[in-house]
Design a binder for this molecule. Structure first.
Ligand code: PEP
Ligand code: MN
Length: 372
């Protein structure tokens, strides 16, 4: 249940409600919004519930006690109506800007990573990706360079200024990955690895949680709930395709999940058209589609020589392809953002704002990050 405090409630009144909840052996999580504080009460209440509702509702400073109808609570919009904005170094995720995570599937060598990092940074990527510990379907495939790759990633961050995202596969790796990386990635195969989710919930690094390839949206949000309820509010959701009967593409990108999630949760959502499609020629159209669906950004795999890549060779873009993608994505995102913001301001834009939008389109087209 949620305890909704009055806008005028004092800190002492909020504390009073939290101690009453703790005294019942339940856990309070409070969110101080711009207008009021909401306290989520989490834990098994059983038959005590009606009496507890009554008792909490009578406490000073409480406006209402409302049931939570969804199994996810802290990740829900009902608890936290404003969107979560995550800042990491100079990158901001979820503020309406375009997040572009780009880099190789696997870090293969210092030179391969630096060539990619410098290329994607120059083209306007905002975050550098690169796998150090690789979850491979076959035990005989390249498994990643491990800690050596983490060191290269940290060096690449120094050279480019881009924050680094990389996958952590097990709880015992969390500390070392958090020491070198800025964002911890949980891969599709680990979305329901609850000890790993709890472990990344305890570190002070944002987490990018990829959707399990067989997971429903609710299961995905419940996985995010593990991280947030363990103490880490900075979670980015990444739609990377789900398994369907279709075999032409590696997975099926569930674009509908993007607007569905944006209604259900305050967490930022990005799409990964590389793993979703498995084919480099499909990456650009599906990245555009993801932004069209309202995603906060994209993750794409980029390699200086994709044909020589040690993993996911068929889906990695080369640098010229990445530059072309950016030349399309940046102005489309800017234009959509302008249109959507104008629509929010006045449901139907008037003639003056339509003219402004049209002028903005010309400006966006010329000021976009044009490939070098
Ligand atoms: C990755 O992004 O490196 C990766 C392995 O992706 P996924 O977990 O989505 O397969
Ligand atoms: Mn990959």
């Amino acid at each position: 249940m949620f305890v909704v405090m009055a806008g005028t409630a004092s800190e002492a009144e909020v504390l009073g409600v939290k101690s009453a909840i703790l005294a019942e052996g339940l856990t309070p999580y409070d969110h101080a919004g711009p207008d009021r504080t909401v306290i989520a009460v989490v834990g098994e209440m059983g038959v005590r519930k009606p009496a507890l509702v009554e008792r909490l509702a009578a406490l000073p400073g409480v406006t209402a006690v409302t049931p939570i109808n969804s199994p996810f609570k802290l990740t829900s919009r009902a608890f936290h109506p404003e969107r979560t904005v995550i800042r990491v170094l100079d990158a901001v995720i979820g503020d309406g800007g375009l997040t572009v995570m780009a880099g190789p599937c696997s870090v293969e060598s210092r030179d391969q990573l630096f060539d990619t990092a410098e290329g994607v940074a120059a083209a306007g990527a905002t975050i550098l990706r690169g796998g150090a510990f690789k979850p491979r379907t076959s035990p005989y495939s390249f498994q990643g360079l491990g800690v050596e790759a983490l060191r290269y990633l940290a060096e690449a961050r120094e050279r480019t200024g881009l924050p680094v995202v990389t996958e952590v596969m097990e709880p015992s790796q969390v500390d070392i990955v958090a020491e070198y990386a800025d964002i911890l990635q949980i891969g599709t195969r680990n979305m329901q690895n609850y000890s790993l989710l709890t472990a990344v919930g305890r570190v002070a690094r944002p987490v990018m949680l990829k959707r399990g390839y067989g997971a429903t949206i609710e299961e995905w949000l419940m996985a995010a709930e593990y991280i947030v309820s363990s103490g880490n509010p900075n979670v980015v959701l990444c739609e990377r395709g789900i398994r369907t009967f279709e075999t032409y593409t590696r997975n099926t990108m569930d674009l509908t999940a993007v607007p569905v999630l944006q209604g259900l949760t305050h967490l930022p959502v990005i799409v990964d058209p590389s793993h979703a499609t498995g084919k480099r020629r499909l990456v650009e159209p599906m990245a555009v589609a993801g932004i069209g669906a309202g995603a906060d950004g994209v993750m794409v795999e980029v390699h200086p020589r994709p044909d020589d890549a040690l993993s996911d060779s068929e889906q990695q873009l080369d640098l010229p392809m990445f530059r072309s993608l950016m030349a399309v994505l940046v102005p489309i995102h800017a234009q959509l953002r302008r249109l959507r913001e104008a629509n929010t301001a006045s449901q139907v834009p008037d003639a003056a704002s339509r003219a402004e939008i049209a002028a903005g389109r010309d400006r966006a087209a010329t000021s976009a990050a044009v490939p070098r």
